[in-house]
Design a protein around this ligand. Structure first.
Ligand code: SAM
Length: 411
């Protein structure tokens, strides 16, 4: 009897066990991860070669990362069918070894069969372990890339994941519990992610910033810090790609990229308060940030407090432009969509969160002007403006709330 199969990218998966998870909607997630790993592996392998060369020239015999001359190592900690790992093996250049792990024996059977069926047994190793245990065991023998793609919330894997990724390595993390991150259940968000989510028009970016804050906080415990390469909100999930490095000084520096968010109950104006304010000039004054019992200065309503959230950049724009340039040379099923999303991301301002034009106008009970006109008004007033990839009617701007409200009222 012929076994049914599914094709995705250069992989073909046998559907022998209905219970093993395969989600075709996540093709975009896997395609994007391949595109990201292509560039990451290229850079990483070059850096290692360069370092080894320097060490040779200096006649210093430090054999660290010697294996990496052959390519990067990847852990797919929650692999299900092995599809993602098999695609990494077949589609990413510069990979040396991939471990495809799952806690379910049925899943590992299916991973094994699929590895053989795709002829990638030289690159992909099936593994049957609780992901956290495996990652703790690999704290000293680290992976260059660690991919977490769980059902729902990834937070229970983060403590071990931030420890088993190499210095300058990459963490790829999916969260599908977006409703929790987006303010539907603030208590649940707090106990899972250590941050309070709030309902807001920019909830999808808040979700990304809560997840990044959570990863940064776990990393910090081990003197490690993160640099986001790309943070994306699509369909029903979010996915972040961050590099991880070790440096206590940088951890300290990064702490001013974490802060609270205040959103007015009435006009929905948003304000941020970094948790740590750098010591600066002698007469430096703390910014007069709103506190929860301080009323909104625009409309005198009370304010909601959310966070802590990541206030630093969501993306590395240089990395994103290289991703865009490389797309044409890759054969990815969802490359058209990816090009669209990445183009918007490339233009995104490095400013936390956004307003939503329809909402702003409905607050003052006015007709919604064409988006282009509203944007021109901000530009003419001397401010920057962009979209967010997370919302089609978003307005991301460096204009202060006063200016935004002046423009809205003048309409
Ligand atoms: N990454 C896969 C893909 O792209 O097709 C999908 C992974 S699926 C959403 C989640 C998998 O995690 C399931 O196969 C489940 O058995 C596995 N899992 C759940 N808890 C785990 C744990 N503690 N350790 C390892 N695997 C686990």
């Amino acid at each position: 009897e012929e076994i049914p199969t599914v094709n995705e990218g250069k992989a073909q998966i046998l559907v022998t066990n209905e219970k093993v998870f395969y989600n075709p909607v996540q093709e975009f997630n896997r395609d994007l991860s391949i595109a990201v790993l292509m560039i990451f592996a290229k850079d990483y392998n070059e850096e290692v070669l360069q370092r080894n060369k320097l060490e040779k020239d200096d006649k210093i015999n430090v054999p660290h990362n010697a294996g990496n001359q052959r390519g990067i190592t990847i852990l797919e900690a929650l692999s299900a069918t092995g599809l993602r790992s098999i695609r990494y093996a077949k589609e990413v250049e510069g990979v040396w070894q991939i471990v495809a792990n799952d806690i379910s024996a049925k899943a590992v059977d299916s991973i094994r069969q699929n590895i053989l069926h795709n002829g990638v047994e030289n690159l992909v190793i099936p593994y049957h372990e609780d992901a956290t245990l495996l990652m703790y065991q690999r704290r000293r023998n680290r992976f260059d890339a660690v991919d977490l793609d769980p059902y729902g919330c990834p937070s229970m894997y983060l403590d071990s994941a931030v420890q088993c990724v190499s210095d300058g390595g990459i963490l790829l993390v999916t969260a599908t519990d977006v409703a929790i991150l987006a303010g539907n259940v603030p208590e649940t968000c707090y106990y899972k992610y250590g941050a309070i989510s709030i309902k807001s028009k920019s909830c999808h970016e808040i979700a990304l910033r809560i997840l990044l804050q959570c990863i940064a906080s776990y990393a910090g415990r081990y003197g490690r810090y993160i640099v986001p390469l790309l943070s994306i909100s699509v369909d029903f999930y979010i996915r972040v790609f961050v590099k991880v490095f070790t440096s206590h000084d940088k951890c300290k520096e990064n702490s001013n990229k974490i802060g609270m968010l205040y959103q007015c109950n009435g006009c929905e104006s948003m304000n941020f308060q970094p948790l740590v304010v750098k010591k600066a000039a002698k007469n430096y004054k703390l910014p007069s940030a709103p506190v929860i019992d301080q009323l909104c200065k625009h409309c005198q309503h009370r304010q909601h407090m959310g966070g802590p959230i990541w206030l630093g950049p969501l993306h590395d724009h240089g990395f994103v432009s290289r991703l865009l340039c490389n797309l044409n040379s890759m054969e990815l099923g969802t490359s058209k969509r990816m090009e669209g999303v990445l183009t918007v991301i490339h233009e995104e301002l490095d400013i936390p969160l956004y307003y939503n034009l329809d909402r702003l106008m409905s607050i003052v009970r006015c007709h919604v002007p064409p988006m282009l006109m509203f944007r021109s008004a901000l530009l003419n007033a001397g401010y920057k403006v962009s979209y967010s990839h997370a919302s089609k009617i978003s307005i991301k701007t460096d204009a202060p709330n006063d200016v935004i409200w002046d423009i809205v009222r003048a309409w």
